[in-house]
Design a protein around this ligand. Structure first.
Ligand code: HEM
Length: 154
């Protein structure tokens, strides 16, 4: 299992594939609930903890919202569409200043949690690739060095 992270080219919105059905089959809904419970606890304590509620009850709500989304994204019941509606990845993340470093931290927390689950590499790899690619859509702050041609001359 390789937890590879490739760099985001600022502004790119790469196409991505949804996780293979095998991921949800092996994890089950309860597995996903456990995964996101641990993941958000880790995120709340991480270097990007300031993005997330520190209040236990509020964090519970975020966990519930997200797990609905991910069950649906993994090919399960459409809990998110039924209760929240349409999801817009760019809009949902707009209120937060997400750098490439923040994305890497987010993925790092996911790697730590995924390692605790005893499922096949094929299932994990497929979920990881979905997250690794789709998370590039959330990066909305450019901290990259500019090339001379990018600098506007007055
Ligand atoms: C594939 C990657 C990702 C997916 C599919 C995803 C999906 C979501 C979803 C479904 C929500 C909840 C929207 C709602 O309230 O209905 C959300 C909220 C959020 N996401 Fe992401 N996200 C991803 C990556 C990231 C990354 C990389 C960061 C930051 C580094 C991030 C930070 C947040 C924050 C701060 C919230 C709001 C939490 C709150 O409600 O307080 N997400 N995301």
């Amino acid at each position: 299992m390789e937890y590879k992270i490739t760099k985001t080219k600022f502004g790119e919105r790469p196409d991505y594939e949804l996780p293979k059905p095998i991921f949800l089959e092996e994890m089950g809904e309860e597995g996903l609930v456990k995964l996101f419970d641990k993941f958000y606890d880790l995120l709340a304590d991480s270097d990007i903890g300031n993005f997330f509620p520190q209040d236990e009850e509020e964090l519970k709500k975020v966990k519930a919202h997200n797990v609905k989304f991910f069950i649906e994204a993994c090919g399960g019941e459409n809990y998110y569409s039924q209760t929240v509606g349409h999801f817009d990845m760019i809009k949902a993340h707009e209120p937060f200043s997400i750098t490439e470093k923040a994305r890497t931290e987010w993925l790092g927390c996911m790697e730590e949690v995924l390692k605790e689950f005893d499922i096949s590499d094929e299932a994990k790899q497929s979920f990881w690739e979905y997250l690794e690619t789709f998370s590039k859509h959330t990066v909305n702050v450019d901290t990259g060095l500019k090339l001379p041609e990018d600098i506007v001359k007055i």
